[in-house]
Design a binder for this molecule. Structure first.
Ligand code: 5AD
Ligand code: SF4
Length: 453
């Protein structure tokens, strides 16, 4: 495992005295936030963030392992870094996150990789980098922890002057979804001290952010002493009425009325629940280990709509899980039609080594059938997203302006409380402001609007 890299000898070739780190992030919002924690730790160790890998002393790739195609993409990226290291042999490349945790030592065999650190090992990065620099030997730490929440670390945002910040309220996952690699890559569930969460929320609000998204694999099971998720939400919402509060992800088996009632009593808690269903078939839900039925899910949806008729509901769906028949798949389409989700993330089942499904159930839906089923659910969802957006035509919404529209700098983009993207002419307004817009027309993905005040 010896490598010729000497970290100390890299310093003199840089323009500035500080070593430079480039961080590349894949996967979920939690990973984005973890990269901000990593940046905070590395800044403490004297690193400066740079925006091009070519300028870096150290490149860190924060990875995702959720599906095989996520991993393949990252392996392709490592080939790019293998070539970059030919031009700059002193470059250090580290792999962080879920793929690091899953593949462990075997990743060190890749010629581009000098360092491997799992999601609970980020405090150890300066030490690992130091040893790598002085000894030249590749380094790894993939220990998972039962306590680590990085509670005392203030993440350094990659978008200073931004509007929306992710805040992790818990780590790990205790669910037993049979398809999912996350409990293995992120370890056991643990909740973060609410005082440290509130401190961070206060800090980002004072820094000008106007929206926080509270992150956890299963926010409904947040618990720290007497504080459950509903109490935490209420305390965060009280930081300022000018601060929007979002959260993700909810689990249908754990989503409590108390949370819905708390949402309803604070207008600044956004009217949006991401409630992954995965499948509409009870036989498949059972096999997936979801611990809820189709009927339970539909009851939770009905309750959300009873408490907050204007609440958007979005979901995740997997097509082609082990043994899924055409009838099971029809049940999924039928559930989607019944609920009329505002948006959905849709995936083909990808077997993950080591999971319960990989050990016990054959991945027996042919690739062609998986592809066709995925195409069908995507087509159905885009009809329903369009229908959902059409219902908003002529209505007015308060939006928080997040940036410029992708297509034109003269237009701004902001989101409704329901998390729908609105595009409208700037008319002298700026990022970070709240404005009220009227919906004039729409696509399945965007509401095209005008400002009304
Ligand atoms: N194959 C396909 N999709 C998966 N997801 C999680 N594991 C897998 C897998 N093995 C999806 C689920 C989850 C989302 C984050 O990713 O829908 O809710
Ligand atoms: Fe996030 Fe799951 Fe991907 Fe890990 S495997 S980065 S937890 S989506």
């Amino acid at each position: 495992m010896a490598s010729s890299i000497n970290f100390r000898s890299v310093r003199p070739v840089l323009d500035s005295a500080a070593p430079h780190v480039f961080i590349e992030t894949y996967g979920c919002q939690m990973n984005v936030n973890d990269s901000e924690v990593v940046l905070s730790i590395l800044q403490g160790a004297g690193f400066t963030l740079c925006s091009q890998p070519e300028d870096a002393t150290l490149v860190l790739i924060n990875t995702c392992a959720i599906r095989d195609n996520a991993e393949q993409r990252i392996l392709g990226r490592l080939d790019f870094y293998r070539l970059l290291k030919k031009k700059n042999p002193r470059l250090i490349v580290g792999v962080l996150g879920c793929m690091a945790e899953r593949l462990k030592d075997s990743l060190l065999e890749h010629p581009a990789v000098d360092l491997v650190a799992g999601p609970d090992a980020y405090r150890d990065l300066p030490r690992l980098i130091g040893i790598l620099g002085s000894s030249g030997s590749k380094q790894i730490n993939t220990l998972l922890s039962h306590e680590e929440t990085y509670a005392d670390i203030s993440p350094v945002r990659m978008d200073p002057g931004g509007v929306s910040a992710f805040i992790s309220i818990m780590r790990g996952c205790n669910n037993v979804c049979s398809y999912c690699v996350v409990p293995y890559t992120r370890g056991a569930e643990r909740s973060r001290d609410p005082e440290s969460i509130l401190r961070e929320v206060g800090e980002v609000f004072d820094a000008g952010y106007r929206e926080v998204t509270l992150l956890g694999q299963n926010v409904d099971s947040y618990r720290y002493g007497d504080t459950g998720f509903a109490q935490l939400l209420a305390r965060v919402a009280q930081v300022s009425p000018q601060l929007r509060v979002r959260f993700s992800t909810s689990h249908p088996k754990d989503m409590k009325d108390e949370v819905l009632l708390t949402m309803a009593s604070y207008p600044n808690i956004c009217r949006h629940i991401h409630l992954p269903v995965q499948s509409g078939s009870n036989a498949i839900l059972e096999k997936m280990g979801r611990r809820h039925t189709r009927e339970w899910y539909l009851e939770r949806v009905a309750r959300i709509r009873e408490v907050m008729p204007d609440c958007a509901i979005t979901t995740d769906v997997i097509a082609g899980f082990c043994s899924e028949t055409e009838d099971d798949f029809e049940d999924t389409l039928d559930l989607m039609r019944t609920v009329r989700f505002d948006a959905a993330f849709m995936f083909q089942y990808s077997e993950r080594p080591g999971t319960k499904a990989a050990r016990h159930f054959p991945d027996d839906v042919p690739p062609q059938a998986k592809t066709e089923r995925l195409e069908k659910i995507i087509a159905l969802q885009s009809e329903m997203s369009l229908e959902s957006n059409r219902r908003d035509l002529g209505r007015c919404f308060e939006v928080l302006i997040e940036g410029h529209s992708k297509k034109s700098d003269a237009d701004l983009m902001g989101r409704t409380s329901q998390n729908k993207a609105c595009v409208f002419p700037a008319a002298g307004h700026a990022i970070g402001e709240y404005v009220t817009v009227r919906v004039l027309s729409c696509t399945a993905a965007t509401l095209l609007c005008e400002i009304v005040d």
